[in-house]
Design a protein around this ligand. Sequence first.
Ligand SMILES: [Zn+2]
Length: 143
Amino acid sequence: MIVLAQTKNPNPEDFPSEINGLRMTRQRREVLATLLAERDHPTANDVFLRAQKRMPTISLATVYNCLEALVSHNLVKQVNFDRDSSRYCPNLSDHCHFQDESSGKIHDIGFKDGVNLTDLLDLPEGTQINHLEISLKGTFGKS
Ligand SMILES: [Zn+2]
């Protein structure tokens, strides 16, 4: 999976017929390829408009269904900021999302080498983290 996620501009035809137990229909391939091609955390509507360029028959409802299937099979992450529309991220490595408040852009922020979440958080011994979701907002980098 990680290999797939690192492929730039993948050809939807090159995806295996099944990934993580999810049968890769033509539409799911197209939606996944769209997310991998431009990693700017698009909304479902953005994905729809992009996917439509290569697959004119795809509908917004289908895009929603595909995104839901991809998220539930851990092929993409769903990102939520407040009440904004959900956004989608194909980066499967552990990372946080930082939203720049002036541009609205969402950046992927990885952990520094050697840093574990358990070093930062006061968790009881034996705790196991199964899902990571950290969202930050502010001014990104020097302005
Ligand atoms: Zn992300």
